[in-house]
Design a protein. Sequence first.
Length: 94
Amino acid sequence: KGYQAEMSFCHKHSLSGKTLNMIADVKQQLQDMLQDIGFFKHSGPKDPYYNAYSTNTHLLKAVLCAGLMPNIARAEAPSPQSSQVRLYCSTGTG
């Protein structure tokens, strides 16, 4: 059931099982490296502390877009008077 279900899912959604496995391996390697350098102060990336905004689809889309399409927006750090981060669209001219 397991392997056959995996193959069926990949075929149905036009995905490559080998590529998905490779992505999972790279994700695990990155997680291990970040843990080794002390990036995770809590128990690890699956800790609820790190998933506080996991249900905010607008934020997730913005983060994915920023990561996949660099230089389309910029973030300005919060000022001493405000704790809000300001986001600006990039015009591509500078």
